[in-house]
Design a protein. Structure first.
Length: 151
């Protein structure tokens, strides 16, 4: 069972998720210890393609408190680890269809390796957001009525 470190709840509100991909993250020094403490912010993060690489930008990992060694920039760019075939496919989809790469969650898999779940996503317009909110409210009202009828 994967241990979720951080989720980007705002991403599903702002974007329509087309497809998800799991990627490893290239981390340095004590960043893994900071992740294990949950000292990470995924809200402003996004992924871009540079050449034949996928880079995660804007991910904030607070420096580990119990070290006197190298202090890394908390918002530095981090390379995502994917197979070449996957990278080429993602680059093609981002260029041709106008999709964006958005991180949905950061977690440790069963083997204890830090992974990020990336979404190929399309930005929502304001009327799409309103429609989603109305649908969610209608579902909640329906569940509430069903619950009341059962008692």
């Amino acid at each position: 069972m994967p241990k979720v470190i951080a989720t980007n709840r705002k991403a599903r509100y702002e974007y329509t998720v087309v497809e998800t991909v799991e990627a490893g993250i290239s981390l340095m020094g004590t960043e893994v210890k900071s992740l294990r403490e949950g000292r990470v912010n995924l809200v402003d993060a996004y992924a871009t393609t540079q050449g034949q690489e996928v880079i995660l930008k804007g991910l904030h990992i607070t420096p580990y408190s119990h070290t006197s060694q190298m202090k890394l920039d908390p918002r530095r760019d981090r390379k995502l680890l994917l197979h070449k075939r996957e990278i080429r496919r993602l680059i093609g989809k981002v260029r041709e269809k106008g999709l964006t790469l958005v991180p949905l969650k950061l977690y440790f898999n069963d083997r204890g390796v830090a992974k990020v779940e990336l979404a190929l996503a399309k930005g929502k317009r304001s009327y799409d957001k309103r429609r989603d909110i109305a649908k969610r409210d209608a579902d909640m009202d329906l569940r509430r009525e069903l619950k009341d009828k059962q008692h």
